[in-house]
Ligand binder design. Structure first.
Ligand SMILES: [Zn+2]
Length: 491
């Protein structure tokens, strides 16, 4: 009845107006997610919920063949969108239909579906590809490492683009199924739980699942010949550790450290609350690098971390990241202190527990080690710049800031803050300023000035928040902690 009141001419005119207006609203997703340190990292216009990676890797030739199926939803009316990817795609489909695609920039794969995707649409992208990852240079370097019997994909922030197409930024976390076929006698290690493995015609397929949100750089793959140990924690979580069979003289120290994963995780639970993921472990492949990385549920350790004997401190660092960095991730990369400051401080707390120097003694020692004119004090842990993202100051000055907080709010509130934060932002992202506000809300103390002094001023703070500024003795744990300083240096 109401419609009859509209003149036919007016109805036609409104339709004509509506169609071109909505088509014009379909625009390309941005080529970056908006991170000021890395403007092209990640992409705009969509959000990924799940990656299904079905891969085949031949260690002899380094050839990786794969099909990536990506479940996503559009966050704008989308005419095309980018994935971050360095290998060569042979076919891309969106919702089952062939899409056109082209490479641009360093790592951008531009995908144009046959029809625009209205905002809020769930869609599926299938990318078929092949290539030799360690031959690929992006930004002038190669991220994965070859080993004598395979390869390892573990790096920060750049890793994923060498082995799967993604929205490559911690802001877009997703769940994963990683299925990898490798020659019989070789293993494929990834995150989460091993759902199954089976062998056929000379190839063995390993099916791994990560069922909690996971950042792209925390997604890892190692192919090689490993000694694998499995166990369960007291609370029933599966533990999988893997060690290259050719670690040589480092084998004993590597195992004596990483086999303590369950014990360290239990201790960290007492500080930070329940372990946030469904599995634990670690792996030590025979790589030439010297760093370690908090790859989700299963940290990566270079054998060099154990060259001087066992080093449980590096295990503490990478496991602390499961709460501080993996479950609660950076919002933008400038927020790296919410990862590294706390992973380093966890090492100090382990030292305190082991009777090898209190966190206060370590703080006093760090403070005394760096005179006022040391460049150390010019790095601002709260916003260090991309070039200093993994500078030692982010770790050590970052941990000093946390000791200053402890002294300002007292033991009870301090440990309540450490335990509450990973719950507050579980499986999400957070900024440095979010932490400051959270610490203020728990302690009922104004803390902006304290954090400004310790995280943002390019000069050595006076030390009212610390307890001594004089000559400090080297704590017993210092050398083991310093030996982990290369934890994120690119290999
Ligand atoms: Zn770290």
């Amino acid at each position: 009845m109401y419609r009859r009141l509209i003149a036919p001419g007016a109805l036609v005119a409104s339709l004509l107006l509506a169609i071109p207006a909505s088509a014009a609203d379909y625009t390309p997703g941005a080529s970056g997610i908006g991170d000021p340190y890395y403007p092209t990292y990640g992409n705009g216009g969509y959000d990924v919920s799940h990656y299904d990676l079905r891969l085949k890797y031949q260690p002899k030739t380094d050839l990786l063949e794969g099909t990536a199926t990506i479940l996503a939803s559009s966050t704008q009316d989308l005419s095309r969108f980018n994935l971050d990817f360095g290998l060569t795609a042979s076919e891309v489909r969106v919702n089952g239909k062939k899409a056109s695609f082209t490479k641009s920039g360093v790592q951008e794969l531009e995908v144009t579906p046959p029809a625009g995707l209205p905002k809020g649409t769930s869609f599926t992208v299938v990318v078929k590809y092949a290539g030799k990852p360690t031959d690929v240079k992006l930004w002038g370097f190669t991220s994965p490492q070859r080993t004598p019997d395979g390869a390892v994909f573990a790096n920060e922030p750049e890793s994923a683009a060498w082995w799967f197409p993604s929205n490559d930024h911690p802001l877009d976390k997703a769940t994963y199924d990683v299925s990898v076929s490798v020659p019989d006698g070789t293993q494929a290690i990834s995150n989460g739980t091993l759902q199954s493995q089976s062998s056929k015609l000379g190839w063995t397929r390993f099916n791994w699942r990560s069922s909690k949100p996971q950042a792209t750089y925390l997604t890892t793959l190692a192919v090689g010949k490993f000694d694998i140990t499995t166990d369960r924690t007291a609370s029933g979580l599966p533990v999988v550790n893997a060690y290259s069979k050719d670690l040589g003289a480092n084998e004993g120290a590597a195992k004596a450290s990483v086999e303590r994963t369950t014990e360290v995780a239990e201790w960290l639970e007492s500080l930070y609350g329940p372990y946030p993921f469904e599995a634990l472990g670690g792996y030590v492949p025979n790589v030439p690098s010297s760093f370690a990385l908090e790859t989700q549920t299963r940290p990566f350790y270079s054998p060099k971390q154990f060259a001087n004997g066992s080093n449980v401190s590096v295990v503490v660092h990478e496991l602390a990241h499961q709460w501080y960095g993996d479950s609660v991730s950076v919002d933008h990369w400038k927020d790296i202190w919410i990862n590294e400051g706390f992973a380093r401080y966890s090492q100090w707390l382990w030292s305190e527990k082991e009777g090898e120097g209190t966190a206060q003694e370590l703080a006093d020692y760090v403070y005394a080690q760096h005179p006022a004119d040391d460049a150390f004090w010019t790095v601002k842990p709260g916003d260090p710049g991309a070039e200093n993202q993994f500078d030692i100051a982010v770790y050590d000055r970052g941990a000093l800031a946390i000791q200053a907080l402890r002294n300002a709010v007292g033991e009870k509130d301090f440990f309540a803050i450490l335990k509450g934060w990973p719950q507050r932002h579980a499986y999400g992202n957070a900024k440095v300023s979010d932490f400051v506000r959270y610490a203020e809300s728990v302690s009922h103390k104004p803390l902006a000035s304290l954090f400004d002094t310790w995280l943002y001023q390019p000069s050595k703070p006076a030390s009212p928040a610390l307890r001594s500024a004089g000559v400090a003795e080297q704590p017993a744990s210092w050398r083991a902690i310093a030996a982990t300083n290369g934890v994120h240096a690119q290999g």
